[in-house]
Every structure is written in C-alpha cells, then in structure tokens.
Design a protein around this ligand. Structure first.
Ligand code: XMP
Length: 518
C-alpha cells in the first residue's frame, strides 16, 4: 500500500482519488501523525508528499520524519512536498518574493517543457510538445539536492520536474492530481508502476482488509450502530456484521418521519435478509408528540436531533458490554485534515444525528468506511450483496419528512405527503429518470387552495415537486423534466392522492435555494 503524507493541501484527497482510480490502495495520514514507528508499522511500498500551505523556509515548518528517506521505497513530492524533500536532502528553497527581483510565485496554468532525457515517470508525457500543468506555489526550489536532475521546466519553475533516479525520488512543483493538469493521471500511473504496484486493488480486497481490521479493533467487545436505512450506515452495518456477527446490534430509530413503507422495508431487509440483530425503536408517537404545534424549522431539527440521541442511548444502555459505536463516516467527512485547521490537530467532522454520542457514552468509534469515497461505498455495498436498487437510493435527510412539511406537522399531512411522494417517485422510476437525479421528493405546502373535481368544489393542500441534479449536495440545479412528464405526474397525484388538489414544480437552484424546503 501507498502512504500519502498530508502537509495540508486543499487537494490531497484528489491524490487518493487518482490512485484509487488506478486500483492502488493508499491512505492519507497527516504529517504530524507520521513518525518512525508509524512508518515501520505501515511499511509503505511508496510514499507521496502532498502539497501544503506552509513555507519550508520557515523554521519549524512541517517535515516528514528523516527515516522516510531510508525506507528504500520510491517517493513523489508534490509542490510543498517537493520543497520539503529538497530542503531535507540538501537542496535549497527560496521564498516567493525575492528582494529586488520579481517574485517567482505562480498560481494557475503553466506549460512545462521537457529536458532532453526522458524518464519512466514521464512516459506518455510531452508527446505533443509542452504539457499544461497547474501551479500553485509561493516558494520555489533554488538549488537541487545532490543526486537530483531536472526533467521539465516552466517559465517560473526551472525545477518543475526533478528526480533522483537512483533512489527513485521524484519531485514536481505542480499539482498532477487536479483537473487542470490534464495528463496528471498518467504521471501517477507511471509512479505507481515504477513503485511496483500491480494495480489490482479491488473492493473485494478492501472488504477482506476491513473485516480483519474490525476484528482486531473490536476484539470480543460489543458494538452498536444507528442504522438509518441510508447507504452509508447500511454498508457499514453489513460489513461489521460480517466481521463480528452477533457482537453487533443495530438500532433503527424510527421517528415516524420515514417515507411510505420505508421503515418496514429497512427492518425487513436487515432482519430477514442479513439476519442482523436489529432493534426497531418505533418512537413515532414520541417524536410527533414533541413536534406537535411546532412550525419553526430549526426548532423542529433540534427536537428531532435531541430525541434521536435520547432514544438511541436508551436502547444502547440496555445492551451489556458495549464499547464501540459504529458509524458510516466517509472519507470526505474525515479529512478536514491539516488543510483547514492549519495546526497540528486534525479536525474531524462528527456525523450528523449521533454527533456527541461517543463522548457522552464513553464509546470508541468503529468507522470502516472512513477511507472511502461515496462511489466506493456503493461499490462495497454491491460487493456485500446489497440490492442495486437500495445502493442507488437518493439521499434522505436525518430529520426525514419533517423538513418536507413546512409549518406544523400533523399525521394527516404526513400521510398525504407519503402517498404523493410515492406516486412521484414511481413516475420518475417508470420514466427511467431515477438514476439521473440526485434527489427527488414532494413537499406538502402549508396552504389549501380551491379546486374543482367532478362537479364539486375542493379545498385541499398544494404540494411542490422537487428534483435536482448535484455532485455532492453542496450546489444543485433543478431537473429539467419535460412538460409532458410534469403534466402526467400532476394528474396522477391529484387523482390518486386524496387531500391534494394542486401540484407545483420547484425550479429553484441551490444556491440561492436549498435542496430541502427547511
Ligand atoms: P440542503 O437542504 O441543505 O441539503 O440543500 C443538502 C443535502 O443534505 C441533506 N440534508 C440532511 N441530511 N441530515 C442529513 O442527514 C440533515 O439534517 C439534513 N438536512 C439536509 C439533503 O437531503 C440534501 O441531500
């Protein structure tokens, strides 16, 4: 496996991403957690130094442990990583602003031209002349460390590509992992080939490794897991169950705000199909009771969050010998890394819903997905045999239908909402659009409007359909349904769902809107 030492670049995750695409298993570890003992234990087959915001010219700036250079494995330094390598090995780095002369800081696209000699790292590079790369550096290497040669230069980076071929140390000033270095993946491919990786890492291998790790971490202690029915917690639960069987108990906190038939489906699937010890905490009455008469969105969320923790804790307390809490934390949640905190401590985002629980209950965390990206979690889910329809499900928010029911929540409104949502999703599936859409749902509006059906006057709720495309939920565009689709769907909802007599389509993007209505 390959070790990425993170010096705090905003794009370190993308290095991992590129390597995973090459089917090479890698892990990112912040520089301040990598010491001699760690290196000996990790035993990397190759090491990459990421970029970072600091300046190696500053006393006390982050460095890898000196022993990394003695491992006898290939090393690739990127940007700050290049500069750290040069300083460590006897070269010289200058600050960006040179008094008297112009700065050599460089931000943005640059073109790198090759030197005469061609090396393995650059196979497939410079085929059509200079390569476009993405630079983002203040400092620059002023003198190479002994043993290094230059293999590529840009106008502001005479040492854009450097290498000590004997020791297999490579160092580049630009960022090959970003999109703006179009041929960057080739460079990583060459590096891992030179390092002897076969490129055969698969989800099957990950599954085996993860299971071994879970067993080692947990021993014979018990683990609890809040199962929401979402993809992440489900994959985590199934994986952990495979590792430790009955030592795992899942608690499904049913707040009565799930979609039509959803609670039964989740419980049925995990109990029957996976034989997973599952407590179905049916607390709809409790949640809906506390939410009665509440219409402020933040108050709703707070009530649900607090009750969730109370209920979960109550059930967890009843199980003897629980030492661990399992969470479906994903890689992007984990490494806020040194990037954002800048300091030696790593900020870790706590999972929604159960945030704060581990400390409160004195539990340690089991997070078997923390190395994975979302699409990798889906692949692992497929590997574990979770049904494709389940893995491809749209995200569903922790507070459930509460935030799709602006204003006061009543059992009547929830019932209408569930039916309308089911018809809408059925339409989307029938038209083969489900997988193109990031998220689709109905919100029931707190207004009644007048209509006419048959010979009679109606006075029923209006609803809004929402469907968006998105990559990560941070920004979103409304989905451009055809008018035929919208018309057909509106007709079906009004005909099939008593209580709704008007259907609207929400065409707000995010920003300025949010995906959910509350
Ligand atoms: P917004 O509405 O903020 O939503 O644009 C972005 C994404 O996050 C989901 N969401 C939540 N997920 N707990 C969750 O697990 C929550 O409290 C929550 N609020 C919003 C939302 O469904 C969308 O995918």
């Amino acid at each position: 496996r390959l070790l990425i030492i993170d010096f705090g670049s905003q794009v370190t995750q993308l290095i991992a991403r590129r390597l995973r695409e090459l089917k090479v298993y890698c892990e990112i570890h912040p520089f301040n957690t990598v010491d001699d003992a760690f290196l000996a234990e990790f035993a990397p087959k190759a090491v990459i130094f990421s970029g970072g915001p600091d300046s190696v010219t500053r006393a006390g700036s982050p460095r890898p442990p000196a022993s990394v250079y003695e491992l006898g494995v290939p090393i690739l330094g990127i940007c700050y990583g290049q500069q750290a390598m040069m300083e460590d090995l006897g070269g010289k780095v200058h600050g960006g602003k040179i008094s008297g002369g112009g700065g050599t800081a460089e931000f943005g696209r640059a073109r790198v031209t090759p030197s005469e000699a061609r090396i393995g790292l650059l196979e497939g590079w410079f085929l059509d002349g200079p390569e476009q790369v993405w630079m983002s550096h203040g400092d620059h290497v002023a003198r190479l460390a002994p043993g290094f040669e230059v293999y590529g230069t840009s106008p502001n980076a005479p040492y854009a590509i450097t290498a000590d071929l004997e020791r297999h140390f490579y160092a580049v000033q630009f960022h090959p992992e970003v999109h703006h270095t179009p041929n960057g993946a080739t460079l990583y491919q060459n590096f891992v080939r030179l390092a002897g990786f076969a490129g055969d890492w698969t989800m099957g291998a990950y599954r085996e490794e993860a299971i071994a790790k879970i067993r080692e971490q947990v021993g014979d202690a018990k683990v609890i897991c809040a199962l929401s029915g979402g993809v992440d917690s489900s994959v985590a639960a199934v994986l952990i169950h495979e590792a430790i069987g009955e030592q795992l108990t899942c608690v499904f906190v049913d707040h009565g705000l799930m979609r039509k038939d959803e609670a039964q489906e989740v419980v049925g699937m995990f109990r029957e199909h996976y034989n997973l010890p599952l407590i179905h905490a049916d607390e709809a009455e409790l949640f809906l009771g506390e939410l009665d008469g509440v219409s402020d969105p933040e108050t709703k969320r707070k009530i649900i969050g607090k009750l969730f923790i109370d209920v979960f804790q109550k059930h967890a307390d009843e199980i003897e010998g629980v030492k661990f809490l399992a969470q479906g934390t994903l890689y992007p949640d984990v490494i806020e890394s040194v990037s954002f905190s800048g300091g030696p401590s790593v900020t870790i985002k706590s999972h929604h819903n159960v945030g704060g629980l581990p400390e409160k209950m004195g539990l340690k965390l089991v997070e078997p997905l923390r190395e994975l990206f979302k699409d990798e979690v889906r692949a692992l889910g497929r590997e574990l045999g979770l049904p494709a329809s389940f893995i491809g499900r749209h995200p569903f928010p922790g507070p459930g239908l509460a935030i799709r029911c602006p204003g006061e929540i009543t059992p009547e409104k929830l019932a209408i909402l569930r039916e309308a949502d089911a018809v809408y999703i059925d339409q989307i599936r029938k038209h083969g659009l489900y997988d193109e859409i990031w998220q689709a749902f109905v919100a029931i509006l707190p207004v009644r409007t007048v209509g006419v059906m048959g010979d009679g006057r109606t006075y029923d709720y209006a609803c809004a359909l929402r469907a968006v495309t998105s990559v990560d939920g941070m920004t979103a565009d409304y989905y451009p349904f055809t008018h035929e689709f919208l018309g057909e769907t509106a007709t079906r909802i009004i005909n099939e769902v008593p209580g709704i007599n008007r259907v609207t389509y929400d065409i707000t993007s995010k920003p300025p809107g949010t995906i959910e209505w509350e």
